[in-house]
Design a protein around this ligand. Sequence first.
Ligand code: BTN
Length: 279
Amino acid sequence: MPSAKGQPREGWPFVISRLYPWRVTWMNLRAVEDALRTSAFGRRILYLSSTGSTMDVARAEAEAGAREGTLVLAEEQTAGRGRFQRTWVSPAGKNLYFTLILRPEAQRLRSLSIGAALAICQAVEEIAGLEPRIKWPNDVRVGERKLAGILIEGETSGQTPRYALVGIGVNVNYDVEEAQEIAAIATSLKRELGREMDRELLLAAVLNRFERLYHEATGSVLEAWRARLETLGRRVRVALGGETYEGLATGVDGSGNLLLELEDGRTLTLEAGEVTLQT
Ligand code: BTN
């Protein structure tokens, strides 16, 4: 049955794994679909009440041949994970936890995390009127607190990507004070605005923005991402592979790598790492 917008409908292939109706606020997927302006992103959604990590479900789906844009969305993750093997706090019915399956060409791989971070910022601005900034490489922050995180995983065959998994977690209606481990460093839209936000509209806005950026010229996306980086011009400490580097973050190169000017005048080009802002 064609949808109102002329897009073929997917037939609502939702997978409900376990039900906790007494404590889960279910998302209205019809509202998500109505707000979507994409051709592929989110046009097929696997919706789980509870899962370990959407990354693992998405990996299995990708291996089984899921097409580009397939979205794995969960109300709760019992083993949500972040970068550097950290736990991603994922309580039920409060936030957004999803993984998007993409099948990018090799030259688009590096810009996935840039596009995702920028898409979240733009969507939050559109839906909530806040102006998030990005801590290099892709932490989305409001003030000094983290609002959203991005985890990218994937598989290649030789030099050719087979698929990429873009995992996104956004704190929407969670009272972050409830989780001791993130109470002092995280925020949510509810915390910033003093009221609950519509998760459906936010999800659709992220997907709409991300699909557009995914197809845009890499240079213009990089420029818009760079303009949101709060890291530049600041003294930072970067932890990477057991080493720590301190210096002035002077810029990013054309691939999004951080340029770090050390005390001795040398400039390091860092592809990844965890940044601590010092001033
Ligand atoms: C980070 O900032 O460290 C990345 C956090 C990524 C969290 C998301 S939530 C959806 C997806 N599933 C996971 O287990 N992690 C990502």
